[in-house]
Design a protein around this ligand. Structure first.
Ligand code: GDP
Length: 480
């Protein structure tokens, strides 16, 4: 189908295991010369006459020199990952040996594989469609249970099947409508317009569900960005540390010491959260370095999916000052936390994605706590220092991350390329419906249907171009 790509007849080789030293390394060869190359290097027996799907232990030699004792796995065309003759060599994992074996294979006529080229060949030989091939890359990159789950569903063809069903039904209609065009003199209708209308409406619902699932798909694939903001010393770094249970952010008593932003990831119930500790939002500072940090924290807030606006009582307040400031604490939140609350209040008002976190609850009296709770019913109370309230904070974060996002039964779209095509499909489905309502002529209707089919085919790779394939597969790792 796509067998006109440059270099398609070459035999390719790559290290499939991570570079560096390991117990065992895996080198893959695929293409028409694979067996001949194996015959030359593997001196213990003739590989090309062996049955497919067999393992062979033996010696690799190049130019009379023994390189290693290896295990060779043999997969003959078409029953291999790529659909071509494929040989995998498991060798001892020193970087030196890997290099020696790769050199020997290259010297015998293979060329280095490009990123994703093995999977590209699998796609070209019809072993999988484009959406499935992309799922291979997602599977390798997946960092959480949810991302893994979505990629496996796509890899096993679930997503493609959903699209394929829509496609097949539309193809039938388009054939019937085109048949009508051949009989245009006789004013016949082979394609039942009411059935088409029902079908397109149903397809529209399915496509919309897939488009909507991208909100969750994006979260699953890329994680949720959480910015932690608040005055210096409210305990942002301490919270981050407690969440990560390791000491990476700098914790200090001196105000404004978290100069840069630090990013840490945390997996909550299968969803990845990327926490960014920022320099804080103190408005007036004379320190230039701190000012840079503050600008960064503004940017981090803009980019974040969720803002944790943090407030905390200031513990170094003298009892007199506390008494003086706390005169009307019945009506307003207590004054020793008021400053820091006031600061985050602006964020809470202006950003719907902001969540108030009150830290250092250990320094608050029960009455003070009640007052804050009354003023800010959504507030989450924690004591970052001891870890109290953190599991509730995690639950609230998780709920906020997946809230309002549908959790579909079937496919979850995690790929921006797919969602763009789905949106085009949706537009063309709407055009078909509008055409049916206005009793548009068959030839124009057929055009809309063809446009819809085109975009459906783009996702699975039935319709594609060389540039597009290059782009998609260039994001893979070498050896896959
Ligand atoms: P940041 O500037 O907002 O990052 O604040 P830090 O995390 O550096 O914390 C400032 C100070 O507050 C440190 O001395 C922490 O030990 C202290 N601190 C943090 N969380 C708590 C808490 O829950 N209770 C109390 N009493 N102190 C805390």
């Amino acid at each position: 189908m796509h067998n006109n790509l440059p270099g398609w007849e070459d035999t390719i080789v790559a290290l499939a295991s991570p570079p560096g030293t390991g117990a065992i390394a895996l080198i893959r060869i695929s293409g028409p010369q694979s067996l001949a190359i194996a015959d030359k290097l593997f001196v213990s027996k003739k590989i090309s006459v062996q049955r497919s799907h067999t393992l062979h232990v033996g010696i690799l030699q190049h130019q009379g020199e023994t390189i290693d004792e290896v295990v060779l796995s043999l997969f003959k065309s078409p029953k291999s990952y790529t659909g071509e003759d494929l040989v995998e060599i498991s060798c001892h994992g020193s970087a030196y040996l890997q290099q020696k074996i790769l050199e020997a294979i290259l010297a015998n006529g293979a060329r280095p594989a490009k990123p994703g080229e093995f999977t590209l060949r699998a796609f070209m030989h019809g072993k999988m469609d484009l959406a499935q091939a992309e799922a291979v890359a997602d599977l390798i990159a997946s960092q959480s249970g949810a991302a893994h789950h979505a990629a496996i569903y796509q890899l096993r063809g679930g997503f493609s099947r959903e699209l394929q069903n829509i496609r097949e039904e539309l193809i039938q209609f388009s054939a019937l409508i085109e048949l009508e065009l051949d009989f245009s003199q006789e004013d016949v209708e082979f394609a039942d317009r009411t059935v088409l209308q029902a079908l397109v409406t149903e397809a529209g619902k399915k496509v919309q569900r897939l488009i909507d699932s991208f909100q969750l798909g994006n979260v699953i694939k890329n994680g949720i960005k959480v910015a932690i903001v608040g005055r210096p010393n409210v305990g942002k770094s301490t919270l981050l540390n407690a969440l990560m249970q390791e000491e990476r952010a700098i914790v200090s008593e001196i105000a404004g010491t978290t100069r840069d932003t630090i990013e840490e990831t945390l997996n909550i119930k299968g969803v990845i959260f990327r926490f960014i500790d920022t320099a804080g939002i103190r408005e007036h500072t004379t320190d230039v370095i701190e000012q840079i940090g503050i600008d960064r924290s503004r940017k981090a807030m803009e980019a974040a999916d969720i803002i944790l606006a943090m407030a905390a009582p200031e513990k170094n307040m003298t009892p007199e000052k506390k008494k003086e400031q706390g005169r009307d604490k019945k009506q307003t939140p207590p004054q020793n936390i008021a400053g820091s609350l006031a600061e985050v209040a602006t964020i809470l008002q202006s950003k719907s994605k902001a969540l108030l976190v009150v830290n250092k609850t250990d320094l608050l009296s029960e009455e003070e706590r009640q007052n804050i709770q009354t003023a800010f019913p959504e507030a989450v109370f924690i004591t970052a220092k001891t870890g109290e309230g953190l599991s509730r904070l995690s639950s609230v974060l998780y709920a906020q991350a997946v809230a309002g996002k549908i959790q579909p039964e079937g496919a979850i779209v995690t790929n921006a390329r797919h969602v763009a095509a789905l949106q085009e499909i949706q537009v063309s489905l709407e055009d078909i419906l509008a055409g049916l309502e206005s009793r548009l002529s068959g030839d124009l209707l057929a055009l809309d249907i063809r446009r819809c089919l085109h975009y459906l085919g783009e996702i699975t790779g039935i319709v594609t171009t060389e540039d597009k394939l290059d782009y998609i597969f260039s994001k893979f790792c070498i050896g896959k």
